[in-house]
Design a protein around this ligand. Structure first.
Ligand code: ZN
Length: 121
């Protein structure tokens, strides 16, 4: 199995609705997003996929969120904008266009949430 991973960043504000603590208040993060694509066989160039293409797809998926207030930006106007929900949303968008199997979303250097394919499914 081969994997590639790209890293992107975006800046956005959010509030975690109904959270019993200060994350309920408006605050922001410089979010780090890691996207993994995986394939059993390489393409004719010897790649899982072009890093540039994966970065472009990810950048496009992040574009609505960058320098924005997540709680007012679909789908997070109706879905709590936790790192977990952001990872799942990005996974769904990206896996429709590329062999993406995992998305990791960091709120900070020390706090990260992932969404990935269930290999048993
Ligand atoms: Zn936060």
């Amino acid at each position: 199995m081969y994997e590639v991973k790209i890293v992107r960043h975006f800046a956005a504000a959010h509030r975690v609705e109904d959270y019993p603590g200060n994350c309920e208040r408006l605050h922001g993060h410089n979010w780090r997003v890691e996207v993994v694509a995986r394939r059993k066989e390489l393409d004719g160039l010897g790649m899982v996929m072009d890093f540039r293409k994966l970065k472009e797809l990810t950048q496009r998926a992040l574009e609505p969120f960058d320098h924005n207030y997540l709680n007012e930006t679909p789908p997070f106007d109706r879905l709590n904008p936790t790192a977990e929900n952001i990872a799942r949303h990005l996974y769904e968008v990206l896996s429709a266009a590329a062999p993406v199997t995992r998305v990791d979303v960091y709120e900070t250097d020390t706090s990260e949430a992932s969404y990935f394919e269930d290999e048993d499914a």
